[in-house]
Write a protein that binds this ligand. Structure first.
Ligand code: AMP
Ligand code: MN
Ligand code: MN
Ligand code: MN
Length: 279
């Protein structure tokens, strides 16, 4: 069992990197990647756990990009997370995210929603603030009935107070990842785009931009969707990746390695990715 997509307190998860490494070992995982959104901040602590666990710990990231006018997430796996150029590039994203978040607070306030910068800062356990933290504040302050309601009406990708960030192109993200020795993998292509979207041409385009794989296994894909993505990966000669997108208590019901229960990423994916490292 392997899991190549998870989040800790360093983005919008609720577990520490240490707890996740130990949980992976307890659950018998062969490999676990930590892929926090737009930050490398948790990786030092995560990788420091390697001597203590039999699970292979994989340093990763999930970069927020835009593609065809929609949000697209790009995983970088097996990164050299201390690479100075990569660190500098990610720092530029931290600043953009900060500005985006401040604009979102202003937009929400302009609509009469009770929310302050202090509220959202306090909600986040580390200095990365994401919409997940906004959603929690909106529920706490009574502006939304549930996090899902907050996303549906106020801060979701197609909602009035969402401010997109940043305009990172997939090609640039793939280049950053590969320049740091990592493997570039499109996260959950079946999400963020209309259901039933045909990825054949778009994924070929992304391959030409430097992408090496994409998630064919994901907790809420249906069997048809998974079969479609597996066939597409084979046709395009891209690695069919996958993971739980574990967020701890921020995505209840999602578990390391197994997702909602039915996730099964074949161990062989790991070796395929390792062969691409630094390519
Ligand atoms: P951000 O990176 O700040 O734009 O926040 C994006 C995060 O919000 C994603 O990684 C998800 O964890 C969460 N998210 C986005 N859309 C939704 C949604 N419709 N429902 C629940 N969570 C969402
Ligand atoms: Mn998230
Ligand atoms: Mn994502
Ligand atoms: Mn994710």
């Amino acid at each position: 069992m392997i899991d190549l997509h998870t989040h800790s307190i360093f983005s919008d998860g609720t577990d520490t990197p240490e707890a996740m490494a130990l949980a992976a070992q307890a659950g018998g995982l062969k490999a676990l990647a930590l892929t926090d959104h737009d930050t490398l901040a948790g990786l030092e602590r995560f990788m420091a756990m390697q001597p203590e666990v039999a699970t292979l710990l994989v340093p990763g990231i999930e970069l927020s990009c835009r593609f065809m006018g929609r949000p697209l997430h790009m995983l970088g796996l097996f990164l050299d997370f201390r690479d100075p150029l990569l660190v500098e590039r990610i720092e530029s994203m931290r600043i953009q995210r900060l500005e985006r978040n401040q604009t979102m607070v202003a937009r929400l306030r302009a609509r009469g929603v009770a929310i302050t910068w202090e509220d959202v800062s306090r909600e986040a356990p580390t200095d990365l603030i994401s919409r997940t933290h906004f959603a929690r504040v909106l529920v706490r302050n009574g502006a939304a009935g549930s996090p899902q309601d907050a996303f549906n009406r106020l801060i979701g990708d197609d909602s009035p107070c969402y401010v997109p960030f940043p305009d990172l192109l997939p090609q640039v993200a793939a280049d950053w990842i590969r320049a740091a020795g990592g493997v570039a993998v499109v996260a959950h292509p079946g999400r963020g785009f209309p259901r039933g979207f045909r990825w054949d041409e778009a994924m070929l385009d992304l391959k030409q931009q430097g992408v090496q794989g994409f998630e064919a296994y994901y907790p809420d894909y249906g069997p048809l969707e998974e079969r479609y993505f597996l066939a597409l990966a084979e046709t395009l000669e891209l690695v069919p990746c996958g993971g739980s997108d574990y967020h701890g208590g921020n995505k209840p019901g999602r578990r390391l390695g197994v997702g909602d229960g039915g996730l099964q990423v074949p161990d062989g994916v790991l070796e395929r990715l390792q062969r691409l490292q630094g390519a």
